[in-house]
Ligand binder design. Structure first.
Ligand code: KIV
Length: 305
């Protein structure tokens, strides 16, 4: 059996709990498979994950792509925006997610200023997502201004997902977190940006907060899948921040989000019950306690007296 170079131990498995044979029979969805789905369907699904437990749940539901989004800055780290997120923070979370995922493609989101300073810098940082954190691809925000950067990363063998429309890292220069592309000038810019990203070799592109008609036109025009978030129903796939979808992030919820479940109240209720029961001496009960050890306790007591 073929094993990756250096792995001579037959008991080795890259995935805890699975034999090497089982692990190698599985493979993560590739950019080629993602691209094919534009024609063949079904529509693509992508969700964010920032840790091992959530990544495992999402992968277990056969979601196509897991995005370790820089939204983690707001959702997990409590920043006011995605701007302060660092490469080290992204890599830390990407490593945890990559330990869990077996089937989905894992995409690391390049943080603000990790790809804008120079193309060399961008390639070096993209490489860290793959080499150090085990990601399959990277995502970066922007249109024509990052097209050459995308080309450079792709030509080094790292798949890139683009992101146009509302680009949260530069939201302040776009007038804040609001729909983009309602007037002719903005719509033309977003359209041209999307075409430039597709032409630069990206395998897919996120369209964020753009009118449904515009994302429909982009979807018809480019030959790579479009993944919408607040971009209507004409895209080739959809992405949401998982914490929004399950009602875990209470600070704000964008109007395009559908909460499939609202977990925050249930979680607070459970925490409140824990507090009540501990304060009343009801938890832990016998059921949650260990029995035995009476003799040892008696012996200690006897010594004490
Ligand atoms: O950071 C993120 O989670 C994203 C998605 C919302 C597309 O970029």
């Amino acid at each position: 059996m073929l094993r990756p170079a250096g792995i001579q131990n037959p008991a080795y498995s890259p995935l805890p709990g699975l034999s090497f044979m089982e692990a190698s029979a599985m493979h993560r969805i590739t950019p080629t498979e993602i691209r094919k789905r534009k024609k063949s369907g079904p529509r693509l699904t992508m969700l964010t994950a920032y840790d091992y437990s959530f990544a495992r749940l999402i992968d277990g539901c056969s979601i196509d792509m897991v995005l370790v989004g820089d939204s983690l800055g707001m959702v997990m780290l409590g920043y006011d925006s995605t701007v302060p997120v660092t490469m080290e923070e992204m890599l830390h979370h990407c490593k945890a997610v990559n330990r869990a995922v077996t089937k989905a493609m894992v995409i690391g989101d390049m943080p603000f200023m990790s790809y804008q300073v120079s193309r060399e810098d961008a390639l070096k940082n993209a490489g860290r997502f793959v080499k150090e954190a085990g990601c399959d691809a990277v995502k970066l925000e922007g249109g024509r201004v990052v097209a050459r950067t995308i080309e450079k990363i792709v030509s080094a063998g790292i798949p890139v997902m683009g992101h146009v429309g509302l680009t949260p890292q530069t939201a302040s220069s776009l007038g804040g977190f609001k729909v983009q592309g309602r007037n002719i000038e903005e719509a033309k810019k977003i359209f041209e940006d999307a075409v430039a990203v597709a032409d630069s070799g990206a395998f897919a592109i996120v369209l964020e907060c753009v009118p449904a008609e515009l994302s429909g036109l982009i979807t018809e025009t480019v030959d790579i899948p479009t993944i919408g978030i607040g971009a209507g129903n004409k895209c080739d796939g959809q992405v949401l921040v998982t914490h929004d979808l399950i009602g875990l992030f209470e600070k704000f919820t964008p109007s395009f989000v559908k909460k499939y479940v609202n977990l925050a109240p249930d979680i607070k209720n459970a925490i409140g019950l824990f507090k009540e029961e501990v304060e009343a001496g009801e938890f832990p009960s016998k059921k949650e306690s260990f029995s035995g050890g009476e003799e040892a306790v008696s012996a200690i007591k006897a010594k004490k007296n």
